[in-house]
Design a protein around this ligand. Structure first.
Ligand SMILES: *[C@@H]1O[C@H](CO)[C@@H](O)[C@H](O)[C@H]1NC(C)=O
Length: 536
């Protein structure tokens, strides 16, 4: 045998060994979706996942497709006429609680302007086949009821390694040579707790100024990427889980779950605008409040309703790896990108008036959040498990100079909103009845959202909105009208798996099973690398 042949044989044997040691999809591919338009698609106290058909508990900043509204049955999101996402065929809606600045001097609450928002679609290394979300699928990440740091304090998205920490705050600083949180902070006394694996991130709001280049305070939310097969897509509480490392450099979903893209959302808030209004930086207190009244930041969460064109997302999974260049730049992606004009003209008017008005950034009347949510915070000492429904504790200690805020929580009163263009009636009780009784119907769904297309030069005034509606104004009939059609899940075809490298999976109900994976996951490290490859 010639020497060169021997070398070639050895090389091929070596590469075979490497292949065998890696996951079927050996490395992560990814691309981003960024939102254009005028900051949010809308600001609105609606939540079609958690509070369908009624006013939601707190204000949301919403991104994506124009079909966002109080009630979004089935795959209604997909049928949106426009989107603020720069990928044209992504009509999904994404939303987070809005952020407020609370003056340490006088307690006044100011809505913080959105800086921008961006979503990463990570197609992770895996032995599974990554599939698009099922039609009508919806999910949550994070937990609005949390007021305490994670326990244990670890950065973990691996279901085989204990509690998942799906949300974080990132605070890019011009000088980040020191940790973001004082090492003495355990996250229970007025400021958050440091991520031991990343000096620029942690849980709970930081008390430092986030003055990194083009990067103020950032909310980070990782959605789960395992979706239970044949689950009711609206059963957002139990239909998902996080994957586990497979010991081969990738991550797999448990048997009975579809592996969908890992959606990671970054929401930047223009916190620098208030930098002169709180001189007490680094002193263990911070001024940020989420719209649900949370003064700790632990309750950060996000919601997602699938509005993707299925083929487009499948194409992206199979063919695209543009990274921070954005999925919209991927060659051959069906639909391509959304133009600036299209993004700018894609609007949704919140039927509750309190969100979208031009004076949104004015101080909150009577120092109250929309929905009268009381401020709550660091009196909690116990970690409430994600999904737990324990009511948030009411903040007991306040700075002496701060006027007391309302601490009464009333069940939402019926809201009747009337204008020349729409009528929305919401009643919590009636909604519950409607939900329970919702029969199957084939009648066309009716919604309360206006999609408004304007020439980009026009002012965003109510008058303009009322006269430029390109979609007929629709009304939601929570009170006595026809209920939305029942959603029937389409059976999801399970692809045949390659038999060779896939580890044997045992049937299971949850994600937290794989105790055998020895390799520490490099997942978050990869993620951080991807992020730091960004332009900030
Ligand atoms: C409240 O305090 C801030 C400084 O934190 C100040 O800029 C603002 O003008 C004050 N507002 C009122 C209504 O006094």
């Amino acid at each position: 045998m010639k020497v060169s042949t021997i070398i070639a044989t050895l090389a091929s044997a070596a590469s075979l060994t490497l292949t065998e040691a890696a996951s079927r999809k050996p490395s992560r591919t990814f691309g981003t979706v960024q939102f254009g338009g005028d900051k949010e698609l809308t600001r609105c106290r609606l939540d079609p996942i958690v509070n369908p058909g009624v006013t939601a508990a707190h204000m949301h900043s919403v991104f994506g497709g124009s079909n966002f509204g109080a009630s979004m049955p089935g795959d209604y999101a997909t049928k949106a006429s426009c989107t603020t996402a720069n990928v044209k065929n992504d009509h999904s809606n994404y939303w987070v609680p809005s952020l407020y600045f609370r003056s340490p001097e006088n307690g006044t609450l100011y809505p913080v302007e959105l800086f921008y928002a961006k979503v990463y679609y990570f197609f992770e290394a895996t032995n599974d086949y990554i599939k698009p979300f099922p039609p009508g699928f919806r999910m949550l990440a994070g937990d609005s009821s949390l007021r305490a740091p994670p326990n244990p304090v670890h950065d973990n998205l691996d279901a085989s390694k204990g509690a998942i920490t799906p949300v974080q705050w990132t605070c890019p600083r011009s000088d980040d040579s020191t940790p973001l949180y004082e090492p003495t902070s355990d996250g229970t006394k007025g400021v958050g707790v440091q991520d031991p694996s990343n000096g620029g991130q942690g849980w709970g709001f930081p008390d430092k100024e986030c003055d990194g280049y083009a990067s103020p305070l950032r909310a980070d939310i990782h959605f789960p990427s395992c979706v239970k097969e044949d689950a009711d897509p609206t059963d957002y509480k139990t239909n998902t889980c996080y994957p586990s490392s497979n010991g081969m450099g990738g991550e797999d979903c448990p048997a009975g779950y579809i592996h969908v893209p890992h959606v990671f959302m970054e929401v930047y808030w223009n916190t620098l605008k208030y930098k002169d209004w709180w001189p007490q930086k680094g002193q263990g207190k911070q001024p940020w409040v989420l719209s649900n009244g949370d003064t700790t930041g632990y309750s950060l969460h996000a919601d997602f309703i699938n509005g993707w064109d299925t083929e487009t997302l499948q194409y992206a999974i199979d063919n695209c790896d543009p990274g921070n260049g954005g999925l919209h730049t991927c060659a051959g992606l069906p639909g391509g990108s959304t133009s600036e004009d299209e993004m700018n003209s894609c609007k949704v008017t919140c039927p509750l008036a309190e969100g979208s008005s031009d004076n949104y950034y004015q101080p909150m009347p009577n120092n109250k959040l929309f929905g009268n949510n009381p401020l709550s915070g660091y009196s909690a000492t116990k970690y409430v498990a994600p999904g737990g429904s324990s009511p948030a504790p009411v903040e007991s200690a306040k700075p002496a100079s701060v006027k007391p805020v309302a601490t009464t929580t009333k069940s939402p009163a019926p809201v009747i909103y009337k204008s020349t263009t729409m009528r929305v009636v919401t009643t919590t009780k009636k909604a519950a009845t409607t939900k329970a009784a919702a029969p199957k119907t084939t009648s066309a769904p009716v919604y309360q959202v206006q999609s408004v297309s304007k020439s980009p030069k026009e002012e965003h005034t109510t008058t303009v909105l009322a006269t430029n509606i390109h979609t007929a104004v629709k009304t939601v009939y929570v009170n006595g009208g026809p209920p939305p059609p029942a959603y029937t899940a389409k059976p999801v075809k399970k692809p045949a798996k390659t038999p060779a490298p896939a580890p044997v999976k045992s049937p299971k109900e949850t994600c937290s099973r794989k105790k055998t994976a020895k390799h520490h996951r490099t997942h978050r490290k990869h993620h951080n690398r991807a992020i730091s490859g960004n332009s900030f």
